[in-house]
Every structure is written in structure tokens, then in C-alpha cells.
Write a protein that binds this ligand. Sequence first.
Ligand code: ZN
Length: 775
Amino acid sequence: MPIADTLTRRAFLRDTLAAAMVVGSRAAIQRAAAAQPAGDAGHTPWYRRAYLWGQTNITENDPVRYDIEWWRRYWARTRVQAVIINAGGIVAYYPSRFPLHHRAEFLNGRDLFGELTKAAHDDGIFVMARMDSNRAAEDFFQAHPDWFARDADGKPYRAADKYIACINSPYYDEYLPDVLREIIERSRPDGFTDNSWAGQGRGSICYCANCSARFRQKTGAALPRKADWDDAVYREWIMWSYARRIELWELNNRVTRAAGGPDCIWSGMNSGSTTAQARSFRDLKEIAKRAEIMMLDHQRRDDDTGFQQNGDTGKRVHALLGWDKLAPESMAMYQSGPGYYRVASKPAAEARMWMIAGIAGGIQPWWHHVGAYHEDRRSYRTAEPVMAWWKANESYLIHRTPVATVGLVWSQRNTDFFGRDNPGELVDAPYTGFMHALIRARIPYLPIHVDDIDAQGANLGLLILPNVGALSDSQADSIRRFAGRGGSIFATGQTSAYNEWGDPRTDFALADLFGAHHVGDVPRLRAGRRRDSDGDSGGAFAPSPSGHTYLRLSPELRANVNGPRAGDEPTPEGARHPVLNGFEETDILPFGGTLAPLRVEPTATVPLTFVPPFPTYPPETSWMRTPKTDIAGLVLSERGRSRLAYMPADIDRRYAREHLPDHARLLANIVRWALGDNLPLTVEGAGLVDCHLYEQPGRMVLHLVNLTSEATWRAPVDELIRVGPFKLTVRLPPRQPARRARLLVAGTDRPIALAGGRGTVEIASILDHEVIVIE
Ligand SMILES: [Zn+2]
């Protein structure tokens, strides 16, 4: 059956159905039947129905060895509904009419992209054509030297033997759209994605004639001479660069939809890391407003953030995108770190857990192999069982609403203008510390963008602001409105000490909620590059890696005390604040950071005070020089129903860095105090388990992901270790009597005990994960 540009979609579907019936593949018939053409009544576009994905990332020598029939069987085994096929960009996998469009070295005139697209369509599988489009070879550069990025001296930016195309040049405005149209005319893919669509990143300013002219036209200024976060022109360049990527997103969609029909979308790939998004000017919030589907290129865990970061990514992306849209994610089946082996199989347990953690956060799995032929055949066994399980339980894994009472606030502008050259320390680590502490305590949370607090905060009882230094006045107002409605706040570090550009304020914008004020000037953020060697974290209050400091646990001290008072020591048992529960046997906690003095409102409570650094070595010198201060490490207050916690101590960052259980307990205690009893879920039983709770009409769906392993904090995991038993208690929606709990992994039912609007279920054990449906 020829797939030509004259063939209508309807005819294609008719033929596909017929072909499917001939081969008798029930799955193919279902897929083909589901692929209803645009314009039909009740039309659900393909990109809302393609749940399981696959990608064989074609290498230049694959045209002589690509066994299409073998891969079709693999598509069927893994139940994929959509595949990503390399089309063009840096390398073309079809005989392009553009002479400078570099053909794969071994293509030899073959239309591999077209053949694969036809095979997929024949099998009822949707096709996203993959572009990888930000650089070109020497001949292209010589033909269009004005299309390529230049440094301040006018020299072209290069990557190995290739030249980097300028994002503001006709390469993006004219050439790539022509390539997209050619691919659509030839092979009719269902949509497009692009690996490196956002072009050159923040680290390299382009000074080519296109950029100079466009920037001057937009701002009236010359391009910034260097990265300087305090320079208004550099800030404009940052925002101008973001805007250009959004412009290209819209341009590419206009092009592909005009040529390929309204469902022929273009959706460039995005990262699960906000810092990576910021480095490449991909504004996740603005993109999510425009994306019909979020294509995530986020292939593996980091040791610091663990599998759970993928669950976080799923929830963070869906909070922006909506839970009705899909967010498939490329998941490496090859060893992708530590150690990078493109054609060796990733240990199955490692690849499987990354998939499962993402699925728990609402991500759709997408296997990714590099090359079409592998001598390590083990990688072909990893995805199949996960995807077969997904397919069998599809109805529980889509169209659902997350349930949580804690919102973890983030914003990409904070990563840009507060994080500056050190977002890892200033932004990511505090966020990660909370992520880990909440998961360790099994407290469900949702990432929430700071600009969505008014729209999405209604069901939340607590907002956590992990060192969100840069906040605009209107963002601070929305947080204040949340507290005004009775919501609780837990903020740390330099939250709200800077405006949206990272310029210091005279005091915290949220000082009224904190019950505490800066003493003296808020320091300027450092504009310079991070120096790893000295632990510079880009501003004052920087914790020194050797900061040998502590926090002292106080009885309910009132602020403004001028030294010890009666009853201050020894600590009477039971007199302490509930946020110190579990620390009955100690009067100090390790801290490791530093903090600045505050002026604390007299109505606030200070349960922790700072113990300044003293030597660690030699041991004879290791005694506290100043055992007590009135420097607050934590400030608590209550206003109406709101409970307000401000913690100047960077316990969140410390926990991300050092994993001390005391820090996790302290963070969790404060969260529980701030929430009152407003927790939708409790899980009892030993182990590190990531819990994700969802609601569907008439039922609750709870994912428990077992992160307990011999390699919890160091990839790769080889052996999965069973944990259990667990006792789960879930708050049930009113007027929905639960009758049974179904375990989607164990495949059994469990009884539910109902009491006080909650259902309790006991489960024996979990190996990799369990999904409990209460209905
Ligand atoms: Zn340029």
C-alpha cells in the first residue's frame, strides 16, 4: 500500500484495517480502528491516545542493516502505539531534495524513513518524525555562512566537526520549515519532534548579524558583551532568547499543521530538569500552554535525586500541561550512566525502576534504543513486561486527578534569576531536599508553579517554598492570598528576599507571614561563575562545606530573649514544640550551614537556635565556643487557621547533600504540624516507598514504588528487594463506600476496613511496585 501525498487518511485507515484483519492481529485492528480521521464526530486526536512509545534512534550505518520486519515484531511485543523515527536535520534518512541536507553515510539513496513510516502505519502505529536540527557540516556552512552562530570575535561556534546554526537565522525560519514540508509531502508522519530544537544554550551568546539586528530592533540595545546577571541588557537577552524559542514552537506548528493537517503537530523535546530547561531557554510553563503532548527527553536517574525524581517530573509537567494530555518520556534501554555505553544493555532492574517511577507520576513509557542492531540482546527484554502490564491496566493509569495536600513551589524564573550560575546549589538542592523528605515521610505532594497558586491551590493545605529567592510582588501576593484563605506556609532560606530579577529587597517580601525580618541589607547575589573548588554558592548565607555548626532545640522560647532563662535547661521533657517530636534524647541537631540574624516578631515561636561553628580538628579543639545564641533557626507562628513556618536554616539543602535522617525528620515534622491532620494517606511498614495517590470517578488509585534497594543512592540497581507488609490508610471521597481494594501488580483483591471516612488496606509485600485501586 503506497503512502503517498495523494492518499487520503480515510483510505489509509480502510487499507490498514483490511491489512490488520488479514494478518489477524487483534491489536493492530484495535489500533487501526482507534486511528479515526480528523473531523469525525467525537474525534480524539491521535496524540491523546498514543500511550506506549518506542524509538530506535537510527545511526548512520543502519540503512544497510535495519531489519524492519524484526522491529515490527518488537513493536507488537512491546505494544507500542507510536514510534519516533529519525527523519532529518543533522542527518537525513531519506533522499532529500535539498542538496546540503546531509544524507546518512550509508543511506545509498534508500528512503529508510519512508519505509519505516509505512511499516508503522501498516501496523496501525502513529509516527512522530524525529528532527535533530541545530548544526550542519562544512559544506553547508560555506554555502550559508550567515546562518551560523558566531562568538564575540566573529568566529563560528562549532561542535566537533559541525557548525552550530543560529536560532535567529533563516536556517530556522526558512530552511527547516522547507524540510518539514518535504517530509510531510513524502511520508505523511503524524507529527514531529526535535531533539535539539532550542538551539544554542545560555552559555554562548551569538553575535552574528541576525542576532545583532534583531536584538537591537527589539530592545534598542547592542547584544550584551558578557553574561552579567546584574546588567539589564543581559536580562533582556535572556527573556528575548526565551521568546524566540516560543516563536519557533509556534512557527513549526503552523508549518506542520498547514502541510499535514490539524493533527500534524510539532512538539520539541523537553527535559525533566528545570535547570536544563533554563540553560537552553525552554520555558516549560510557556511551552506547556502550547504543547498538545509533552515529549520528555529525560532518560535516567542521577544518584542525587533517585528514581523518585521521575515521579516528580511527571507531576510537575502535568500540573502545567493538564492531566488530560500525555507526557511520554524517552527511557534509555542502554547503559546511560554512570558510564555511557550506547549499545550495551542497561541492567534490567535499573531501566525498569525508572519506567515504573515515571508511570507513577503520570508519564507514558517510551523505550529508546540507539542503533537498529544490537549484539547485547538483553535490552530487548526490559520494556516488554512493563509495557504489557501498562496496557493491561491502562484505564487506571490515565484520566486521573492527583490527590495531595502539600504543594512544592517552583518557578523557572527563580532558576534563572536567583539560581543564576549556580542553580544546583541555590534552587535544585533545596527543592530536592524537600522531595526526598516528603517521600521518606510518605506525604503526598504536588509540584506547583508559583504562578498557578491562585488557580491550583484550592485543595492544598500547605505551600512549601524551598529557598525560592526570586519572587515578584504579585507572586508574593498570591502566596499571601493562599495564607489568607487559611492555607499554611513553610518557607526556607532566602525565599522572597529578592525580586523577580534577583535584585535584593530591603526585607523579605513575605516578612509578614514569616514573623521575621532581615537584619541589615539583603546581600546582592554574586554575578560571577560558580567556582566548584571553594563551595561558592553564589551569595551570602552560603553554607561552607566544612561548616561545623548545629541547631539547638529549645523549649517554647519566645522571641527576643536575651539569654538563658529559668526552665531553659535542662530541657523538661514534653515541653518542646511538636516539630521537635522524636528528638527527645538530644538537645542539638547537626546543621552544617550558616544563617544570618533575624529580627523575630514577639508573637512568633523559635524552637531552634543556631550554634556557631567550632573546630573539628584536632579533636582536642572540638568544643562549642558559643553553645547558645538567640539566632533563630526556625520561626513558627499561627494566624487564624494558617500555620506559618519560616526556616532560615537551609535544612532542605543539607538533606539533599548529606541525607541525615534528623534533617528529614525535622522537615517532615514541620510539614505535619503545618498541615494539622490534613493528610490524605498514611502508609505504615518499613522501607523507602514513593507514594502517588490519584482519584478517578468512583475510585482511588495509589501507586507505591519500592525504592529500597542495594543501589538506592547509586545507579545502577541490579537486584530488586522485596519489602512489606504495609498498612495503608486512605481518606475516601464522601459518599463513596469502598467495597474492595484491587492490587494491579499482585493481581489479587484485599479487604478494606472502613472507619471515619478512611479505608485501611493491608498488603503483604512489594517487589518493584504495587498499584492499589480502591473502588
Ligand atoms: Zn545569531
